[in-house]
Design a protein around this ligand. Structure first.
Ligand code: ADP
Ligand code: MG
Length: 715
């Protein structure tokens, strides 16, 4: 068998030999068939694959191998030794199908001769192979000599498949043998000829891109590792291009949208700066300049303000809101939870009063009168109630979205549309998009804030349409939180330390375990824990309890009392995860910390370390033997660093980008082949291509692409 190493440049994926060059008829609908349409996939296998998210032929074709086996030595049949993984090449002498005793399983046994000797080769449960192993057929097998003769783990028969070497290794799953996944992919692979290429021929030619189906073949059946990587890059490029085209469309749409130009900062801003009890950091100043630059234009601002928890984003947010007020219009601050909205309101209200600016809180529990007040207020702080039907702002010019990754894309675009009502253009949430030739849409300026540090590739992938401001360092006065990790059996030590700090006048949070249960049972668990602590470890202290089941007024009252030091300890569910700002609270105990995600723990920890005092975070986990490897790494990482970016990198490594941002809104769930960390160059290239293709080509060529993608990923 000749096995020439083909040159594989990015463009150079050619079709494996025996594939039909052009299928008689492209039948893409076959890709949508369930896996039971493939030979030899039993119902049980189908169910297990379904649990891995593999339901259709397409899913299987897009299942990316995690790695490839390294090449094994090629040996003569005569010198085969038991147990060694090797490659042998020979011809089939004869083949037999034998039933296996008992069960309905089969065994295919072929005699294979390579000129030095013959060996029996056994395949289990692949009866269809019998037809392919005709006498005289050349085979290349990789496997071991064992109980049943030579047992191939991967193989080429004739020219049909690419190779026995570099067999793909798919992500491990407990329930299903890796070999089974490989076999199913193998069976599905011939159907890849029906994969349509969403990229127009012209673009493929210009960019030197292989056909999609050839790239898929290369990824699953590479002749060498270069070929596998080239194929992966072709597929990754397409994925990144789809995202980038979506971004380019959003940018183009925005350029056709009008926002009120706010001019230069004036008197109100001057008074605001004077009223602040501290000097702004250079990062904050820089962010303000960037915001000013955006607000001076008639194109709506779409800026991402990125800064770790406690870095001081609120100051920037309020600045942007006041710029709107100064121009006689409204500013709105939208937070993902009621607690956070209330916190923001408490933080902002005093300052607003001092400046003579009216400020209102709007949540879904707000009554008629509160709604009316909010309608006319200079600044409205609220939850998504702000963008719900039935509520309209008077004249929204600047919107700030806090922890924006927690909102769905629809909610974000509804906010953008909310500005339309201000100008009388009549567009509001849910209104149809304007077609070309209609009056330009209007939209408010929007500042998105996030405390989830986003690695650069990820930012370009998902937020490529947003300008980015970064608060890279917190105010200098802040000391990093000292974090330690102990196991449950030593939890009493944690409470002893806590009691000592409380006696010194500090305040603390105790975060209850994250159980997979309803809001109601979470609330009950928190209440019970608070009650237990009141009777036991924290007898001498005033303990409050907040959770998602409290009425808004009760919760507001509790938070205000905690802030006023009328409570020493707040037992809480993750409702305190974001935004709560009580500088005197310097201790946090997180129970069963191993149940929380890395980003979530980092967010939680951000609730302490907000004042000048040294703060502590105690992570209490279950016994070490009970922890997964990943939980171990998370807790370790938290103790080692308080740098959000470093933790985000760890998280990206442990979980992937989708999890980091929430797949729902990020479009990242569509990335199977793209590697956010490695594909920086590809990403830049996809960006260039997306920016380059004119709107015309974009419309036509992208139509096919977009048809395949969840619209929300591109909204
Ligand atoms: P986050 O970025 O998490 O929203 P905040 O805006 O809530 O952070 O700020 C955290 C704390 O730091 C607040 O108590 C705030 O008053 C304080 N702060 C903000 N900017 C400065 C600064 N330049 N100097 C000192 N303290 C600051
Ligand atoms: Mg904040």
């Amino acid at each position: 068998m000749t096995r020439t190493r083909r040159q594989t440049v990015f463009a150079g994926l050619d079709q494996p030999g025996t594939w039909p060059r052009t299928p008689r008829a492209l039948r893409p609908e076959r890709l949508e068939l369930g896996l039971d349409s493939l030979p030899g996939v039993a119902a049980a296998t189908q169910r297990k694959l379904g649990r891995l998210g593999l339901a259709t032929v397409r899913d299987v074709l897009e299942h990316r191998p995690r790695r490839y086996e390294t090449a094994a030595d090629e040996v003569a049949v005569a010198s085969l030794r038991e147990g060694e993984e090797v490659v042998v090449t020979g011809r089939v002498l004869n083949v037999e199908k034998r039933p296996l005793r008992g069960r309905r399983r089969t065994r295919i046994v072929a005699r294979v001769d390579d000129g030095t000797a013959a060996v029996s080769v056994t395949w289990f449960n692949q009866p269809w192979l019998a037809d392919r192993l005709k006498p005289g057929t050349e085979v290349r097998l990789r496997g071991k000599l064992g109980r049943w003769g030579f047992e191939p783990r991967s193989y080429d028969i004739g020219e049909t498949n690419a190779t026995a070497d570099f067999a793909p290794v798919y992500p491990a799953a407990e329930e299903i043998a890796a070999a089974t996944v490989r076999r199913v992919v193998d069976t599905a692979l011939p159907l890849a000829v029906h994969v349509p290429d969403p990229l127009p021929a012209e673009l493929r030619e210009r960019e030197g891109l292989a056909l999609k189906r050839d790239a898929l073949a290369a990824v699953h059946r590479p002749r060498d590792l270069d070929e596998a990587e080239t194929g992966r890059q072709r597929l990754a490029f397409e994925e990144l291009l789809v995202l980038q085209i979506g971004i380019a469309r959003r940018v183009a749409e925005r350029e056709r949208t009008l926002a009120p130009a706010l001019g230069e900062p004036g008197e109100l801003i001057r008074r605001y700066r004077e009223a602040l009890p501290f000097a702004l950091t250079p990062y904050q100043e820089q962010a303000l300049r960037e915001v000013d630059g955006d607000l001076a234009r008639t194109v709506p601002m779409q800026r991402l303000l990125q800064g770790d928890v406690g870095s001081g984003k609120t100051v920037v947010a309020l600045y942007a809101l006041l710029r709107a007020v100064e121009s006689g219009r409204q500013g709105a601050l939208m937070a993902p939870t009621e607690t956070l909205a209330e916190q923001h309101f408490l933080t902002i209200a005093d300052l607003c009063l001092e400046l003579g600016v009216t400020c209102a809180l709007l949540t879904s529990s707000s009554g008629k009168r509160e709604r009316e007040a909010a309608h006319g207020a200079d600044i409205v702080v609220g939850t998504h109630a702000l963008i719900q039907a039935g509520f309209e702002l008077r004249d929204l010019a600047v919107a700030v979205v806090d922890e924006q990754h927690r909102f769905g894309v629809e909610q974000r675009s509804a906010l953008v549309a909310a500005g339309g009502s201000a100008s009388g253009a009549g567009s509001s949430a849910g209104s149809p998009r304007l077609r070309r030739g209609d009056l330009p849409r209007t939209a408010p300026h929007v500042l998105h804030m996030t405390a989830t540090p986003i690695p650069r590739t990820l930012a370009l992938t998902v937020y490529g349409d947003l300008a980015v401001s970064e608060i890279a360092k917190p105010p200098a006065s802040r000391k990093p939180v000292i974090t330690s990790w102990i196991t449950e059996d030593r939890a009493s030590e944690a409470y002893t330390r806590l009691a000592r700090l409380l006696r010194e006048g500090r305040q603390a949070y105790v975060v209850c375990p994250l159980i997979e249960a309803s809001e109601t049972s979470l609330a009950r668990a928190a209440e019970e824990e608070a009650e237990r602590l009141r009777r036991a470890e924290l007898r001498e202290f005033r303990v409050g309890c907040v959770h998602g089941r409290l009425k808004a007024a009760e919760r507001r009252d509790l938070m205000a009392r905690f802030k006023a030091r009328e409570l020493d300890v707040l037992v809480a569910t993750t409702v305190i995860e974001v935004g709560v700002d009580v500088p005197n609270a310097t201790v946090m105990i997180v129970q069963e910390a191993d149940r929380f995600g890395l980003a979530q723990l980092h967010q939680l920890r951000g609730r302490v370390g907000r004042g000048a005092e040294q703060s502590y975070c105690l992570l209490v986990s279950r016994a070490k033997e009970e922890l997964t490897e990943s939980a171990h790494s998370r807790l370790q990482a938290l103790c080692e660093t308080s740098d959000g970016f470093e933790l985000a990198e760890v998280d990206l490594e442990l979980r992937g980008g989708g999890a980091l941002l929430g797949t729902r809104q990020s479009g990242l769930s569509d990335l199977h082949f793209a590697h956010l960390r490695r594909d920086r160059d590809l990403l830049e290239r996809a960006r260039a291509v997306a920016a380059d293709v004119g709107p015309g080509l974009l419309q036509d060529a992208a139509a096919a692409l977009f048809a395949e993608v969840e619209p929300e990923a591109l909204a």
